[in-house]
Design a protein around this ligand. Structure first.
Ligand code: FES
Length: 209
């Protein structure tokens, strides 16, 4: 169990090649994509089109507060497609796409994150809670029954989770970064002072095995 009382997920880095170099990218459970006017969309968040206007911090503050950024990434996007039913968001978690619509009440944001955290804790996709049932629908056709085909390269040597910022999961070199802290006998490195501050405020929420 980790600091949020959630079941620890076996996270492991995969080797990903880019620009001729190999990078370690840590696998996470999911990503929440929020259609945002600030990110160049055409309808969601537009008061003049009858949608609830919002600042991205409405979502990002809640995401930060929950300390789940190393399990679920948050992305603000341009138009996701189904503008008519916006405000829209797309949650991808545990390999499933969950479309959220008509998010025109700020009180729905914590409910979405409660739902996300329940699924992170359970390790499986759950039915939406009663207050979100009318905000969830199937936009994609059902996935065909097919075996899981892993893509990408396996890490040649198990690199473990050392040399990774435990808050944002960026690769970081303890020898060169200015932000480190000694915690329980090991040196933990951070990509930036902001990650170090977040860690020191609540180490157990971020500590990786
Ligand atoms: S503007 Fe949000 S889905 Fe098109």
């Amino acid at each position: 169990m980790d600091g949020d009382g959630e079941t620890a997920h076996p996270r492991s880095p995969v080797a990903v090649r880019a620009r001729g170099e190999v990078f370690r990218i840590v696998q996470v459970q999911g990503n929440l994509f929020v259609c945002s006017r600030a990110n160049g969309n055409c309808c969601c968040g537009w008061a003049e089109k009858g949608r609830m206007p919002f600042d991205n911090t409405l979502w990002s503050d809640e995401w930060q507060r929950r300390k789940i950024r190393n399990r679920l990434h948050l992305t603000f996007t341009g138009c996701l497609g189904p503008c008519a039913v916006g405000n829209n968001a797309l949650l991808q978690i545990h390999g499933r796409s969950i479309w959220l619509k008509d998010l025109n009440d700020a009180a729905l944001v914590p409910l979405v994150f409660d739902y996300i955290q329940a699924m992170l804790a359970a390790g499986v996709v759950l039915a939406p809670p009663p207050l979100l049932v009318s905000h969830v629908y199937e936009r994609y056709l059902p996935p065909p029954t097919s075996p899981f085909i892993p893509f990408g390269e396996a890490l040649e040597e198990p690199g473990g989770l050392s040399h990774l910022d435990p808050v944002c999961l960026m690769d970081v070199d303890p020898a060169t970064t200015r932000s480190t802290v000694e915690y329980q006998g090991r040196v933990i490195a951070f990509c930036a002072p902001s990650c170090k501050r977040a860690f020191l405020a609540d180490p157990l929420a971020y500590l990786l095995s």
